[in-house]
Write a protein that binds this ligand. Structure first.
Ligand code: ADP
Ligand code: AMP
Length: 214
């Protein structure tokens, strides 16, 4: 299964990606996670990406497209993948289409997790992530059993540097201006499958399985 997962920042893409990865047995490729891992290692790419991420802006396509192509060329993506956070504009979508065409591959579906903008700021600023295993929590909607500690691995929970009010507003604006046009792009290719992301975590995943089975 070759999938994209789309949705506004905070819609629940990363949360549902974990379920999808396990259920369909496909690698989860998040460009945001790749940039953050690079930043942790202080690579040139990570330090460059940080300048854009801190402002809630998109990292330039020239860096992002090559990174995704390299990742999709790895053996574990041959039978499927779930791309999360890419593409984020039309140029990235065209680069992905070109890459897939060159490799005689095609997407099976583009999932859109639809959440009304009003709840997203709260989801973003309340998000906590495990420093060790990357598991995602929310201080109100999905709190860990023990405050600040990951249920899964006991690691320390942290807040992402870009999960502030100011940056969240910029990211939502960038989504509306640059990423939202992709919904029509993929609707035109008859790939778009929307799911209501403003429901309980488990119900969102039930709906994802249903739309993917159609
Ligand atoms: P994205 O990857 O789309 O930015 P995340 O999956 O990281 O979003 O979710 C953002 C925040 O919202 C997290 O703190 C997560 O726990 C919470 N969240 C995700 N899905 C739901 C949901 N269905 N209901 C309530 N909160 C949710
Ligand atoms: P995310 O983890 O998807 O919320 O992304 C966090 C940040 O990483 C974004 O606000 C961008 O600065 C950067 N980023 C992630 N994916 C992309 C992409 N496909 N294109 C450009 N920038 C990206």
């Amino acid at each position: 299964m070759k999938l994209l997962i789309m949705g506004r920042p905070g819609a629940g893409k990363g949360t549902q990606a974990v379920n999808i990865r396990e259920y369909y047995n496909i690698p989860h490729i998040s460009t945001g996670d790749i940039f953050r891992a690079n930043l942790k290692e202080k690579t040139k790419l990570g330090l460059l990406a940080k300048e854009y991420m801190d402002k809630g802006q998109l990292v330039p396509d020239s860096l992002t497209n090559d990174l995704v192509k390299d990742r999709l060329s790895q053996a574990d993506c041959k039978n499927g993948f779930l791309l999360d956070g890419f593409p984020r504009n039309i140029a990235q979508a065209q680069a992905l289409d070109e890459f897939l065409k060159e490799n005689n591959e095609a997407l099976d579906a583009v999932l859109d997790i639809d959440v009304k903008p009003e709840v997203l700021i709260d989801r973003i600023v309340g998000r906590r992530v495990c420093k060790n295993c990357g598991a995602t929590y929310h201080i109100k909607n999905n709190p860990p059993k023990q405050e600040g500690i990951c249920d899964k691995c006991g690691g320390e929970l942290m807040q992402r540097a870009d999960d502030t009010y100011d940056t969240a507003y910029s990211r939502l604006k960038v989504y509306d201006e640059q990423t939202a046009p992709l919904l029509d792009y993929y609707r035109g290719q008859h790939l778009l499958k929307s799911v209501n992301g403003d429901q309980d975590f488990a119900k969102v995943f039930e709906d994802i399985k249903k739309v993917l089975a159609k």
